[in-house]
Design a binder for this molecule. Structure first.
Ligand SMILES: NC(=O)c1ccc[n+]([C@@H]2O[C@H](COP(=O)([O-])OP(=O)(O)OC[C@H]3O[C@@H](n4cnc5c(N)ncnc54)[C@H](O)[C@@H]3O)[C@@H](O)[C@H]2O)c1
Length: 253
């Protein structure tokens, strides 16, 4: 049996780790990529069918090296999941240029660099790219000038990839998660913000990592063979809801 091969960035924990597990359950082999090499090695030793590679996705030469290693190890790449991401939430005036660049370097440059490096192999396999954006790409909020802007750019970059790669049978789609209780979210979401989110989310809870990972896997699989250039918000209905949800809930109690 020929296994399919996925590259998943930011795979040492959170959504990337959950996504790795779903690909493995479906008999794919997974190149797990993360810049936190220690954690990556630790989690990968417990997962059969993985190739852990330490790599910072914002560094062009490292990304080229990483993709070359995956290709030389497996001889093919069928899916690229651009999941590695960083969040700093700061007011506009306190978002200095270094902070802006740091966020853009991972969240936007990383998606561009990994996608570009994997394109030759993805053309051969007629593979798929899934980029992870955020509901912060869809609805602006305070403190997210760098994060939200980087993620909105990822949504558009996904469409660019889909249009340019369609002739080669390569699909590109995007998943925008709502809040998920990962280390990234814990660092930027206070209890007040979490409550405010629940008030605005029709399903009234955070996502699990697996909620997000299932949609990522679907978009990489043959079941999504005619889906490209799309953004799916896996957000419990947050993007669909307007004002008044807390009042409606209160009136029903
Ligand atoms: N958790 C949420 O509420 C939420 C909501 C919307 C979108 N997202 C997005 O989902 C993705 C995954 O988030 P998560 O919550 O699992 O975060 P997380 O912090 O738990 O995991 C992110 C992983 O990415 C790695 N990483 C960060 N920068 C990297 C780089 N430059 N190169 C290589 N690896 C790098 C980290 O070491 C970490 O292992 C991110 O793109 C994030 O923006 C998360």
């Amino acid at each position: 049996m020929t296994h399919k091969i996925a590259i998943i960035t930011g795979a040492a924990r959170g959504i990337g780790l959950a996504t790795t597990k779903i690909f493995l359950e479906n008999d794919w082999l997974v190149a797990m990529i993360d810049r936190d090499e220690e954690e990556l090695q630790k989690v990968a030793t417990e997962l059969t069918g993985t190739l852990p590679i330490g790599c910072d996705v914002s560094m062009p030469a490292k990304v080229d090296e990483m993709v070359a290693k995956v290709y030389s190890t497996f001889g093919r790449i069928d899916a690229l999941v651009n999941n590695a991401g960083l969040a700093y939430f700061k007011p506009l005036e306190e978002t200095d240029f270094d902070c802006w660049r740091t966020i853009m370097a991972t969240n936007l440059d990383g998606v561009f660099l990994c996608s570009q490096a994997a394109i030759p192999a993805l053309k051969e396999s007629r593979g798929a790219i899934v980029n992870i954006a955020s509901i912060s790409a869809l609805r602006a909020s305070t403190l997210r000038v760098a994060y939200g802007t980087s993620k909105a750019a990822v949504v558009h970059l996904t469409k660019q990839l889909a249009i340019e790669l369609g002739d080669y049978g390569v699909r590109a789609n995007c998943v925008s998660p709502g809040p998920v209780k990962t280390q990234l979210a814990a660092a930027v979401h206070s209890p007040e913000i979490i409550k405010a989110y629940y008030d605005g989310i029709p399903l009234n809870r955070s996502a699990t990592e697996r909620d997000i990972a299932e949609t990522i896997y679907f978009l990489c699989s043959e079941k999504a063979s005619f889906v490209t250039g799309q953004m799916i918000a896996v957000d419990g209905g947050f993007d669909a809801s307007g004002i008044g949800l807390p009042a409606l809930r209160a009136s029903r109690q």
